[in-house]
Design a protein around this ligand. Structure first.
Ligand SMILES: Nc1ncnc2c1ncn2[C@@H]1O[C@H](COP(=O)(O)OP(=O)(O)OP(=O)(O)O)[C@@H](O)[C@H]1O
Length: 289
């Protein structure tokens, strides 16, 4: 059974449609959610985390309907959620903050709870700062603290909203290892703007745009859609949708190549740019006609 099944899901904030007719299934492994600002990624993740109810369609998480109290409670017992933005209560240390959340997650035995708190702090490389006050931590350390609480109890469903934002490269590398291990058994869904994290970690990618699913499939299949559309040249090419001078001094072009172009292997970022760029072009053509 899939861990998550969304069918025809819609969500609006007033007159602003955030999601329109989203249908997708998620099972064990790591799925990356990409999309431009405002595409609806956080809205989907909040629905998966039972923090927000859909207006339309059906939502099933672990077979449960989160609209019912018992359904929500069951899901929450198996859920780890790292939201995009978090407030921290004043006065907590890193350890006491995670311990407090572990108590809310029904870890009543202090001995096993403290062991688990130490385990998740170690996973995100915060063991050294466990006694430090949260207010004295750096932005990246606070981000990792949010991740630590999501990992409490090895949840079956891990919902992470931009988990690598603001982390230094070493911490991102370490986090990839933690998430890769979690994805061996759990259903992990990650929203991010970092295509290289998705390429490095995920088996599957979902691209959202203006509340709709533009692509849902394997990374290799999305990348292959950009084959023959990325090339290098000495100057910026007029047929390129995106072009930038690289560190070598040559220009990387992404778009429709001229006949004599020196084609190169596309990366996930190229394929993503083309997918979202082509969708925007189609939208412009439709609204002009
Ligand atoms: N609380 C809210 N009230 C009104 N509109 C909202 C609210 N939250 C989100 N929206 C709108 O819903 C749409 C989807 O927002 P959402 O935060 O889900 O996108 P996102 O893909 O996560 O964006 P980003 O990459 O910028 O984080 C946007 O148009 C946004 O302005």
């Amino acid at each position: 059974m899939n861990t998550v099944a969304l069918s025809g899901v819609g969500k609006s904030y007033g007159r602003n449609t955030a999601l329109a007719d989203v249908t997708l299934d998620l099972g064990p492994g790591i799925t990356g959610l990409l999309g431009p600002n405002g595409a609806g990624k956080t809205t989907i993740l909040r629905i998966l985390a039972t923090a927000l109810a859909a207006d339309q369609g059906t939502v099933r998480i672990m077979g449960e309907d989160p609209r019912s109290l018992t359904g929500r409670t069951t899901v929450r017992r198996h859920l780890g959620y790292a939201p995009q933005e978090t407030g921290f209560p004043r006065g907590f240390t890193a350890f006491s903050f995670i311990d407090y959340l572990a108590i809310l997650k029904e870890w009543s035995d202090a001995g096993t709870r403290h062991e688990e708190v130490r385990r998740v702090l170690e996973l995100v490389d915060l063991a050294d700062v466990a006694p430090k006050r949260v207010g004295a931590l750096s932005g990246g350390q606070r981000r990792r603290l949010v991740l630590a609480q999501a990992l409490l109890g090895r949840p079956d469903l891990l919902v992470l909203d931009e988990p690598t934002a603001g982390l230094d490269p070493a911490q991102r590398g370490r986090l990839r290892d933690v998430l890769g291990q979690a994805g061996e058994s759990a259903t992990v869904v990650i929203s991010t703007h970092q295509t290289e994290d998705v390429a490095a970690l995920c088996e599957r990618v979902i691209v959202l745009d203006r509340g709709q699913v533009l692509f849902d499939g394997r990374i290799v299949d999305l990348v292959s859609e950009a084959a023959g559309r990325v090339w290098m040249s000495d100057t910026r090419q007029p047929t390129a949708q995106y072009a930038w001078r690289t560190g070598t001094g040559r220009v990387r072009n992404v778009g429709d190549p001229p006949p004599d172009a020196e084609l190169i292997e596309p990366a996930l970022e190229d394929a993503y740019l083309l997918l979202v760029g082509d969708a925007a072009d189609d939208e412009r053509l439709e609204s002009a006609s």
